[in-house]
Design a protein around this ligand. Structure first.
Ligand SMILES: C[S@@+](CC[C@H](N)C(=O)[O-])C[C@H]1O[C@@H](n2cnc3c(N)ncnc32)[C@H](O)[C@@H]1O
Length: 251
């Protein structure tokens, strides 16, 4: 819970510049995953959302929520930053959906509410997963799915902070990833593969798939410099977890 105030301050402070720089890429088309804008039509992670009750955890300016609302989903966009929620409100189109200020660490929803909880570098990158995953599982209905995209441990371990680029050299201890300082007390989070499995299984979620999105060689990373430029074609930059809450307590 300690990172909530600093993360809110960070996102309130950078929201304007972040949206100016990244909204054209994130919102270029509906359902684009991650740093390389890989279409969900290729990855097939989210499925049909028509008529489904959906929660986006850390919705930012709502590029995903807006697209799913237009497809007929009953979406709620949650974010801890009022500046990010303001950007989402301003961008909202004819398909209106509710925006809620809250944190992935303590979701302000009743148990068994949603058919799908998802995010793309949202609450599961910016809240401690050992708190956010059980919260997501709690608000899911039985049979509901938790689908989320985060940076991979490969990406984080090879990231050179000083050069602000991902490299082909191990820069950080894999086992020390855990928390990543984002400046002024703000923190993002990363787990080892084993810890992700334990956190998900510990919340009684079933792991259906771990998609490792692979961009084409020439695809640019819209957020980070990479060396070599086709880094993510050669190594997995992201983890797209596909899980569900079982329909009975028996696993
Ligand atoms: C990288 S953005 C993800 C949104 C969108 N997919 C995007 O790529 O811009 C991260 C979002 O997570 C939100 N966030 C940070 N910490 C959070 C928390 N503890 N709970 C919920 N949202 C949080 C931030 O305010 C920000 O809008």
């Amino acid at each position: 819970m300690d990172s909530i105030p600093a993360n809110r301050r960070l996102w309130n402070r950078i929201s304007g510049a972040y949206q100016h720089e990244h909204d054209p890429q994130i919102g270029a088309a509906p359902r684009l995953w991650g740093m390389y804008s890989i279409p969900d039509a290729h990855l097939r992670a989210l499925g049909d959302v028509t008529g489904k009750r959906v929660l986006e955890l850390g919705c930012g300016a709502g590029q995903w929520s807006r697209a799913l609302a237009a497809e007929g989903a009953d979406v709620v966009g949650l974010d801890l930053s009022e500046a990010q929620l303001g950007a989402a409100a301003r961008a909202m189109g004819a398909d209106r959906y509710p925006l809620v200020q809250g944190t992935a660490e303590q979701l302000p929803f009743a148990a068994d509410t949603f058919d799908l909880v998802f995010c793309d570098f949202g609450g599961l990158s910016w809240a401690p997963p050992h708190l956010a995953v059980p919260q997501a599982a709690r608000v899911l209905r039985r049979g509901g799915r938790l689908v989320f995209n985060v940076a991979s441990p490969w990406f984080e371990a090879c990231y050179d902070e000083a050069a602000a680029r991902v490299t082909t050299t191990l820069q950080q201890d894999y086992f020390a990833l855990d928390t990543i300082a984002e400046g002024d007390g703000a923190t993002s989070y990363q787990l080892t593969y084993g810890d992700w499995v334990r956190v998900l299984r510990g919340a009684s979620l079933v792991i259906d798939d771990l998609i490792e999105p692979r961009p084409d060689p020439e695809t640019l990373n819209g957020y980070n410099k990479t060396d070599p430029p086709d880094w993510a074609h050669r190594w997995p930059a992201e983890l797209l977890w596909v899980t569900h809450k079982p329909s009975s307590d028996r696993l």
